[in-house]
Write a protein that binds this ligand. Sequence first.
Ligand SMILES: *Cc1c(COP(=O)(O)O)cnc(C)c1O
Length: 415
Amino acid sequence: MTHLPTTRKACAALDLVDPLASFRPRFTLPPGVIYLDGNSLGVLPALTPERLAKVIADEWGQGLIRSWNTAGWVDLPQRLGDKLAPLIGAAAGTTRVCDSTSVNLFKLLAAALALRPGRTVIVSEADNFPTDLYIAEGLAALLGQQHELRLVAADEIEAALDDRVAVLMLSHVNYRTGRLHDMAALTAAAHARGVLTLWDLAHSAGALPMDLSAAQADFAVGCGYKYLNGGPGAPAFLYVAPAHQSRLAAPLSGWFGHARPFAFESHYAPAPGVDRLLVGTPSVLSMAALEVGIDLMAEADLGQVREKSLRMSALFAARVEHELGDVGLVRISPLDDALRGSQVCFTHTQAWPVMQALIARGVIGDVRAPDILRFGFTPLYLSYVQVWDAVTHLAEVLRTREWDAPQFHHRQKVT
Ligand SMILES: *Cc1c(COP(=O)(O)O)cnc(C)c1O
C-alpha cells in the first residue's frame, strides 16, 4: 500500500499530481456536491446531453427509420459490446450490450443450467445482490423445482462445490461489504469440479482491471449505469466465453437473436455466437448515452483507476477510524487491497438519518438495509480533498447528532 496523506494539504498536493485529474472536467456535477455514490448511479459525462440531443434531433427527427441503417442503430448491441470488452478483459465478439442485468442473469443462468444436465445445484453467496438470488429462485420454479439454490458465506464457496453443482453464480464485488472475489482462483476451483461460472460484474466493470479471458470465466453480466456512467436505467451487458457460444441455447428466443431477423421467417434459428442472446429491439436513446460513458472509461488507464480508488478508499477508512473512534460506526469492508472493491461501508444503528444529514451537506452516499452506510469511490471525478472533506462532514454529523433532526428520519422509496 502506498502511503496515505495525513493532512488536507497533503491531499491537495496529491490532487495536483493525479494522473487522472484531466478527467474531472469531463463530467458534470452540481457545485458543492461530494459524490460518493457513483457505484450506484454514475454521474453525467459532459458530452452526453449534446450527444443525446443530436441522436434525437438528427438521427430520430430527420433520419427517422432510415437511421437503423444509416446511423448504425441496429448494430448498437455489438458496437457497444465490442467497445466494452477490453474493459473486462474480453475478446471482440464475446460481449453484448442489451436488456437489464436481471434479464441477462436469467438468460445466462438458464442457458448455463442447460449445459449441465443432471446437475441440480446453483451455488451463490447468501448476501449476493437480491435480484441475482430472486432470478435464480424464479428460474428454479419455472424449471419445475428440480434445482436447489445453495447459499453459502464468502469463505465457504469452494467447499460448497461438488459434482452436483451446475453453476457457481457470484458477484465479483459484494454490493454491501465491497469484498472482492478472486475470479481466477474461484473459476479454477469451479472448473476442477465441472462447475460453470457466472459472474455479476455490476460493482467491478469500470472500477478495476479484470481479465475474463485469462480467468477463463464462462459467463458474465454487468451494469451500465454504475461505474460506466451510462445514465439511470442504462442497458446492461452480457459475456459468453467463445467455447460455449455455438452450444448455447437462448432461453428467450426473440427476433434480434435470430440468424436472419429481417427474413421474417416463421421459425426460430439462432444467430451464430453470442448474438443469439439478444432478444428484442435495442433501446437506442439509452444506448447512445451509455456509449459516451463507455468511450470515456475506455480512455482511462484502469490500472491508474484502481490505484487511485484503493488509495481513496483506504484514506477514507483510515480517517474515519482516526477521527471517529467511538461513535458507533463499524467497518464491514476489508482493508486488505486484494479483497476490497471500490467502496467502503460501515454499519450504524442510525444509518438512514445519518446518511440523510450527510446528503443535506452535499455528501452523497447511500444506505443498504438494514443498517449499512455505503460510500463508493470513483477515481475519474473524485479528488483526495473531497474524500478528506467527506470524513470531516461525517464526523460533524455524528458528533453533533445533527442526524437526529426530524426531517432526516423520513424514509423514502429508494434508498
Ligand atoms: C446494481 C446491481 C444489479 C442491478 O440489476 P438491474 O437489473 O439493473 O436492476 C444486479 N446485480 C448486482 C450485483 C448489482 O449491484
